[in-house]
Design a binder for this molecule. Structure first.
Ligand code: FES
Length: 105
């Protein structure tokens, strides 16, 4: 499956993401500037914050309390904010579009 990452300047990056890999891992492997993933995916950094495209929000499992509280400390959180280390690729998410914030800390 593929995921599309759009940066704050409108640049689009389409990545192949194997099922079971998180979007944070895929983005850091590809060294996309917009996602840092400092904590390695244990929900303690919020530098993997993304805005999920509205068309895809309801296809994801809702964020749990820990994720919610980390999103609160991310920069400029919005309704569609998620941590990309908590979005695990599946066949259903093929084509998912996420927007990267202007900056991650
Ligand atoms: Fe640190 Fe997602 S990688 S919270």
């Amino acid at each position: 499956p593929k995921a599309v990452f759009i940066d704050a300047k409108g640049g689009e990056f389409e990545l192949d993401v194997p099922v079971g890999q998180t979007l944070m891992e895929a983005a850091t492997d590809a060294m996309l500037d917009g996602i840092i993933g400092e904590c390695g995916g244990v929900m303690s950094c919020a530098t993997c914050h993304v805005y999920v495209d509205p068309a895809w929000v309801t296809k994801l499992q809702p964020a749990d309390d820990i994720e919610e509280s980390m999103i609160d400390v991310a920069r400029e959180p919005q309704e569609n904010s998620r941590l990309s280390c908590q979005i695990t690729m599946s066949e259903e998410l093929d084509g998912i579009v996420v927007h990267m914030p202007r900056s991650q800390f």
